[in-house]
Structure formats: C-alpha cells, structure tokens
Design a protein around this ligand. Structure first.
Ligand code: SF4
Ligand code: SF4
Length: 431
C-alpha cells in the first residue's frame, strides 16, 4: 500500500456515539450470549439431523436467525423446529456461547402451543411420547400383561398406523418390580450419615424399566458411606422439552423442585443416573422456569459418576481391582458430552483388570429420546446412528455401555448387543 492509499486518507465521517444494537433484550430471559452469533456455522456442521436431512435448516436458523426475524416482523415459528431432536450438540459446538438449545426450546414451546393443531395425530402422538411416565405408571401395575401386549407385532403395527409410533422398534419391557417398590421393600436407606447425603433422582426409566441401575447406584453410594433419600418425583422433563410440551414439563418441575430443595436444605446433593435427567435439572430448569428453589436444585445436581469423581477417591477404590466382566463398547451420550462428562467412564475403568473398555466415537446415537420413536423420523434416526453401530461392531467388546436409557435402546436395536450402565460395572468392582 502506497502512502497515497493510507487508510487515514479515506473520506468518512466517524460516528462517535455508535452503540451496537442488542436484538435480544432482557425481557426474553435468555442466558448470556444471545447476541453473539457471528455466523461461523460451527453449530450447523455439528448437527446430526442437518447431516442426514437436507431439508432441515440447522441450529443457526432455529436459534439466532429465527428469533431475529421474529422480533423484526410478525412471523411465525418455522415448523422445521419439530425436526430438531434436542441433542444439544450445537450448544457444545458454538464458540460464542450462543444459548442455542434455550432458543430452540422456547421456539418449540411457542410453536406447539400456538401453531400446532392440538387435535392432530402428530400432537397426540408427541404428547403420549412426552408423557412416558404416565404410561409407565399404568403399564408397570401389570408388567407381564403390558409386556405381552406391547411386544405383540400386531399392536406395534396398529400403534404405527394410528399414532405414528414406529413398529420397527421393540417396546422396552417393564420390570416386574419397580425401583421404588424395591426401595420400600428393603426399608429405604441402610446407611446414616450427617455429612454424606444424596437424594436420588432415578427418573422414569430406572424406576420402571431398569431398576438394576438404581439398585447399583444405591449399593455403590452406600459402599462410599452415603445416606440416600429417594423423594417423590416426576419426569425430569427431557422428553417434554424435546416435544415442545413446556406446560407438562413445568408441572413436573413444580413437583421435583420443592421435593429436592427441601432435601438440599438438610444437606443432600441431588444425584441422577441418567445424563439427560441431570442435564435437565442443571440447565433447562433454570433456563425455562421460575420456581422458588430452582437455582439451588440446579447448583446441587450431579450425574452419579461425576459426583463420585469429585468427592471420593473412586480411582483409588478401583486400583488393583480385577472384575470378571465382558469387554465393553462404550458410547458417550450427547447430553453427557454437553456436561463435559463424555470421557469419564472410559478414563475411570481403563485401569481395572479383567476386561477392556473402548470408546466407540463421538457421534450421536440418533435416537435422541422420543425422536427415533416417531415413524417419520425412524430412518433418519438409524442413519444418524450408523457411525456408532459401525464403531460398535469394530470394537473388541460385544456388550455395550452408556449412561442414557434411550441411547441404550438405540445401541441394542442397531447392534443386537446387551447394554449396561457404568454404575453396574462400578457396583461389580466396589460394592
Ligand atoms: S439440538 Fe441437535 S438436532 Fe437440534 S439443532 Fe442442535 S444439533 Fe441439531
Ligand atoms: S456456532 Fe454459534 S456463533 Fe457460530 S453460527 Fe452457530 S450460533 Fe452463530
């Protein structure tokens, strides 16, 4: 550049009082960063749905772009918001901390409330899937009959035809004794402690379908000297957020928050065995609802292994241990990744003798809770899961491991492997 072209020679009027405009003002109650999108598209390239569905406009559009448009003009929420699976990988990918998942949840809630026909088959199907706990509560009263009925291929076909719930998947079986029934039968906590106390958020799946996960948690934490409380609770809300049923989720939160807050006041921390439940209580509750005590619940909630790694020498307890266990193909759920917990199971168990544990990669399993149960999403869900299935088949182990109940369903469905939870392995090693 010559002196004649020096930038100081350009003729322009400096604007002394320029102030950048914040599109998202405080009234929207979004977490900090809403105005920080600089269109790098990192979120779009991390989105598993956009990767398999050319029609899906991606997280950047669902988040900052849609909300900007909406604030400028009187436009409705785009119906593609229902194609977002709420995996939250875009949150993790954004270098600018744009609250993408919060924007998606708000947009989905608004779309479902104001623009969706509440008598449509899609709405009714989504409401049923989002309220799995209600179905499970009824079904688990007569588990053998429910399992026989739901496992019948004619019923599955009818479900698909009438409701749009895919007939390709096996309905998860109900346990003959729920976790809460077992807890009552054993007489509740077997360890008392003033200093070490946890309140267990078992969620729906560990209660109705896989009580062995809840039992493992109880035995492991009691081995470490914890007094355990199992308060009254409802669904964490995860399937409700994913289906835009925010009123249902708020009703559930209005039970969960005061129950757990009372225990926090007595010195308990909240522990979940499902990474989506811990995600919901930690992040989505305070983002979406205003309930007295919600911040305390958020600040005191942990995933089970996360908590033990912070407060106990769990590595020391595993040192020199050898367990008779099959080799494992481990998948980190997207919601574990979002909480920075994606490496912990592999790191923790790597030194234990008797088996090998292998991480099957960073891809999404594709099921994303209720998403892969919808007939029109089934093929996409399986396409997203292809990488994971492929890595599972190439791993040495032929038993799978993950913390998320629906990732577990997808792993089993795509590989035929039996799937276990890390707490079951920890129970084998230390309890
Ligand atoms: S939550 Fe998942 S599916 Fe939805 S936009 Fe973000 S990355 Fe895509
Ligand atoms: S990753 Fe963040 S900054 Fe980049 S386009 Fe997406 S929202 Fe915008």
């Amino acid at each position: 550049m010559s002196d004649a072209q020096s930038p100081t020679d350009f003729d322009f009027e400096p604007v002394d009082d320029f102030e950048p405009v914040d599109v998202f003002d405080d009234s929207m109650d979004l977490r900090p960063g809403a105005d920080n999108c600089y269109k790098c598209t990192a979120c779009d390239t991390s989105c598993p749905v956009a990767e398999v569905d050319d029609e899906f406009p991606g997280p950047k559009f669902q988040g900052p772009e849609q909300w900007r448009l909406k604030r400028k003009e009187d436009v409705e929420i785009d119906d593609s918001i229902l194609s977002c699976s709420n995996c939250m990988r875009c949150d993790n990918a954004c270098p600018s901390s744009v609250p993408l998942s919060q924007m998606h949840n708000e947009a989905r809630g608004e779309y479902v409330e104001n623009q969706m026909d509440h008598r449509s088959r899609e709405y009714i199907r989504n409401r049923i899937l989002a309220n799995y706990r209600t179905l499970a509560e009824l079904g688990s009263k007569v588990p053998r009959i429910t399992n026989a009925v739901m496992g019948n291929s004619l019923v599955q076909k009818l479900n698909e035809k009438l409701l749009g719930i895919t007939a390709e998947r096996e309905f998860p079986e109900f346990a003959t004794q729920t976790f809460r029934e077992w807890w009552r039968e054993r007489g509740g906590a077997q360890v008392s402690s003033e200093e070490k106390r946890i309140a267990y958020f078992h969620g729906c799946y560990s209660n109705y379908n896989t009580p062995e996960v809840g039992k493992a948690l109880v035995r492991v934490f009691e081995e470490f000297g914890y007094e355990i409380a199992v308060p009254r609770q409802r669904c964490s809300g995860t399937p409700m957020f994913a289906n835009g049923m925010l009123d249902d989720a708020e009703r559930a939160a209005n039970v969960n928050v005061p129950e757990f807050k009372d225990l926090i006041d007595e010195g308990y921390d909240v522990i979940a065995s499902c990474t989506s439940c811990s995600m919901s209580l930690k992040q989505e509750y305070p983002e979406l609802f205003q309930i007295s005590g919600i911040d305390e619940v958020s600040n005191h909630t942990y995933e089970a292994l996360e908590y033990l790694r912070i407060y106990e020498d769990v590595q020391g307890a595993l040192e020199g241990k050898s367990v008779d266990y099959p080799d494992l193909a481990y998948h980190a759920p997207c919601h574990a990744r979002n909480q920075g917990l994606d490496r912990q199971a592999v790191e923790l168990f790597r030194e234990v003798d008797g088996f090998e544990i292998e991480d099957v990669g960073s891809s999404c399993s594709g099921i994303s809770g209720t998403y892969g149960w919808k007939a029109e999403k089934y093929e996409k869900s399986m396409k997203i899961g292809e990488d994971m299935f492929d890595h599972m088949h190439h791993a040495k182990g032929s038993v799978g491991m993950t913390e998320c109940p629906t990732c577990s369903m997808q792993m089993e469905h795509g590989s035929g492997y039996e799937i276990r939870h890390p707490l079951q392995l920890l129970e084998e090693a230390v309890a």
